[in-house]
Design a protein around this ligand. Structure first.
Ligand code: NAP
Length: 335
């Protein structure tokens, strides 16, 4: 596949550019930013010196000719852009027959009405929501093989859902009890643009998005179980640690929980740390994996799950989806 990345100068776009450029079967043929970007025409490696010799392509602008130019040279585009930008761009690329891998939340929710409440805009292309395949790679591998539009799963949902879906699927979670997810993200989760809330001197450790974070409906839609999700911003660059509290059905044992996780045992990018183990940021920084550990006391369960938000939480998982779509092994170019 020849691939173009839109939003290539951002944190997830730059990470994905490197993954595609070093992939054994994909070619990176273009890197784009907004038409008025301050970084226009700069090589990506001028912004990210670690990309020198790997991605030296110049950043091109999304001007009026860009869609036609991209359609002429690419088989697929990766949208590493804001939700609203992705919703505007995706249909234009789909109309040219390109595959679209969108890293934003623009196509993740099935119910268009939720966009006003959780994303702050009315969805302009609700007809595409039913067509979009949810890119939680390990759980939708069949549908991803033939997808034209992929809504790559969000970062917190990726950690939370891989930790909870095995238990939900095995019927171990008490149906009348909300699952509580407390998760901390590094500051790259907020993107590259400077803002006071993500300024080095301002960031400490604090919750945000209480009761109304957009990943709550995304997690509930996929899990089919109510959750109380509270994200936190931590003073480190990359990684997400989710600590998850749930009530198990009466009689469920630690062995039952461990057995339920075996559904993921053969997944090369999921590391089951096991019973009485904890996941950590240190374990997954710059790694494409989800790490999962679990503890049980009576009916109480605590699961910890960790990912690198820019890899498994964004570009790594996008590459997994692209691999599946191209008929390749899910971990090609990642391990
Ligand atoms: N960061 C994460 O950990 C993470 C994880 C999962 C999902 N995501 C999602 O991935 C998307 C990108 O996130 P990010 O953190 O990488 O953002 P970011 O660092 O802020 O980068 C955004 C990119 O989009 C470009 N851009 C802005 N407006 C554009 C337009 N109209 N047309 C083309 N390009 C445009 C920006 O460049 P210019 O402004 O210079 O044009 C920049 O390259 C978001 O939807 C985010 O929610 C991020």
């Amino acid at each position: 596949m020849n691939i173009v990345i839109i939003g290539a100068s951002g944190y997830s776009g730059a990470e994905l550019a490197k993954l595609v450029a070093t992939h054994p079967h994909f070619q990176l043929v273009g890197c784009y930013v907004s038409a008025g970007s301050a970084d226009l025409h700069k090589p990506l490696s001028a912004l990210y010196p670690e990309h020198k010799g790997i991605v030296d392509l110049p950043l091109q602008g999304m001007d009026e000719n860009a869609i036609a130019n991209i359609a002429a040279q690419a088989d697929a585009v990766c949208l590493c852009t804001d939700h609203k930008v992705s919703v505007e761009l995706a249909p234009q690329f789909l109309a040219h027959g390109l595959k679209v891998f969108d890293l934003s939340g623009g196509f993740r929710l099935a119910d268009a009405h939720l966009y006003e409440e959780f994303y702050g805009f009315a969805h302009q292309h609700p007809e595409l929501l039913a067509q979009a395949v949810y890119g939680l790679a390990e759980w939708h591998s069949e549908a991803l093989k033939s997808a034209q539009l992929v809504a790559v799963a969000g970062c917190y949902p990726t950690a939370s859902l891989n930790a909870l879906k095995p238990l939900q699927q095995a019927g171990l979670l008490a149906g009348d009890q909300q699952v509580i997810i407390n998760a901390v993200s590094g500051v790259t989760g907020a993107g590259r643009k400077a803002a006071i809330g993500t300024h080095f001197c301002e960031v400490s450790l604090a919750p945000y998005g209480l009761f109304n974070h957009r990943h709550t409906p995304e997690i509930e839609q996929s899990l089919q179980h109510p959750v109380l999700f509270t994200p936190h911003l931590g003073n480190f660059k990359r990684g997400i640690l989710a600590t998850i509290y749930a009530t198990l059905n009466a009689g469920v044992t630690l062995d039952d929980v461990s057995s339920a996780y075996q559904v993921l045992a053969d997944e090369p990018l999921i590391r089951l740390l096991g019973a009485n183990q904890v996941a950590s940021i240190k374990g997954i920084e710059n790694q494409p994996y989800v790490d999962i550990g679990w503890h049980v006391k009576g009916q109480q369960l605590i699961v910890s799950a960790a990912i690198d938000n820019l890899l498994k939480g964004a570009s790594g998982q996008a590459l997994q989806c692209m691999n599946l779509n191209a008929g390749l092994a899910i971990n090609t170019g990642l391990v």
